[in-house]
Ligand binder design. Sequence first.
Ligand SMILES: [Fe+2]
Length: 616
Amino acid sequence: MKFTVSRLALQVLLLCCSLLSAIAQTDTSLIPFYHGVASGDPASNRVMLWTRVTPPNNSGSDIQVTWRLATDTGLTNIVKSGSIKAKSVKDYTVLVTVNGLQPNQWYYYQFTALSRNSLTGRTRTLPTTGVDSIRLAVVSCTNYQSGYFNVYRSIADRNDIDAIVHLGDFIYEYGKFGFGYDSTVNRVHDPKLETITLADYRRRHAQYRLDEDARKMLQQYPLIAVWDDHEVANDAWMGGADNHDPATEGDWNTRLAAAKQAYFEWMPVKKPDPTGDPGRIYRQFKFGNLIRLDMLDTRLQGRTEQLAASSPSFNDTARTMMGLDQRQWLTDDLKSSTAKWNILGQQVMVAPMVAFGAVLNIDQWDGYPAERNRLFSAFAQNNTKNMVVLTGDIHSAWANDLPLSGYSSSNRSASAGVEFVCPSVTSPNPLSNLTPALIKLFNTHVRYVDLSYYGYTVIDINKNRLQGDWYGVSTIKAKSFVTQYKQSWYVNTGEKYLRQAAAASVRSANRIVLPAPSQPQPVGPRLEYVPVESRLDLYPVPSSCWVYIDQLEEYLPEDMIQVTDMNGRMVLPAITVGQAIQLSASGIDVSALSPGVYIVTVSGGDGIRSSRLIRY
Ligand SMILES: [Fe+2]
């Protein structure tokens, strides 16, 4: 169905008004891509691109979406492009896997649908060899009702990192005015009741992705994400959750499946292998031989139920955080890894947190002592033994050694590795009855703890050392804020314990690149490539009205290039492949075409290959 822009705008606005009435941040200039763009799960040759098309009506029809990826902000040097349908069964979200990319490269990308362009996103592939520095921004715990996502804005604006690592609680499940609600900010959840069904979780994700700061951060960097409990329900384990009552909220597995489906629809995360476990999210990222980053699921994959520390079964070796399959996967990986740094991205704090001999939080690794022993044994089998854990969940900033038997303030080398814990983006601190002095008194392995601010951690990694820099935002109660540097701690290769750094790490100037533009490209003359069955790969360059033909030099010089309309009438003079290469180094000039749909064909001894070209 085709709409004029004004009619489309009106219809989408009406739909938004009815469906998203609680949301104040809908930016109409982004129509129909209100939720922005995102990228994620980068590899050295691949990245996932994400967007969502808000449908103009309730017809349920598929919506054609085209995408392009280029090496420049103006999207003139297009290296990959294609088309995909946004479907109602996926809530009109779109996830494209782009393969065949160069390692260690920044790219820019854009979607087009319903005659409008999306924001241009920026993304980056991972390196293969020779990388000397990687910088990751680590975040967690983003409660919409607690305040503004100024932390996201701070990361979006700094422009000196390679990827974002989100350790979970990307959304919260509570209803309007539930946990974390702050009346001075008065940002309320939509839908208004706690999320239980697929429709609920989809709508909650949609609300979070309409947030301007979330959109700006995800526009600029690839995301490496994993869920924690609140993507489903508080203090979840594989068979239930503290905040799930089967008597009133139904079957746990039904709720879990709904939450996971919405997550995989709305997040730029590679889908689980269709031949394997459909709920699996634990996976690995390789940054050349510098880093192996294993993103773990200590929450939903195999966690047995939390038990009170006084329970006779508390130390039972059958109790697990990861489950058998994931634990074996991790153990095997750590044994075989030759990466300089082995980093785990996971949910809950690994280092002990005790006071007066008592475990303070049974939901973290303290609540699963046998599993933590097994984890530290796996660390010891790692080839390089440079083990680093990145953690979220606890809504406060920590830098910890990971103490083994014999660890003390005078023997810090009895450590399994180090742990960097990022503060929350907005979720309130749950440890308000503790002080840093008390924590450090009973936990000498805690080198830094601050319970007072919202922020993030920048992890700067090179072959000699790995440093964490903590940053806070001055407020989450207003949109205006300043970013405040807090402290830095680092570990030298081979040492396994933390030292305080005098200053924050910095990115070398030659790695800083242009951010993606803040507004979508204006609508105007545009070319769009639609592959058909006998596919001919085209790379339209709208700014010059040229269409490049992929690998044209592999055709015979006498093969013919023809452009016809949909009735088969020639609309441009036919030229040979040899002429096209001579004229333009492998393309044709289509500036003489009026708006319409055309067929570009190359025909010769090898048969006929063609694709559609749309000139707007
Ligand atoms: Fe949280």
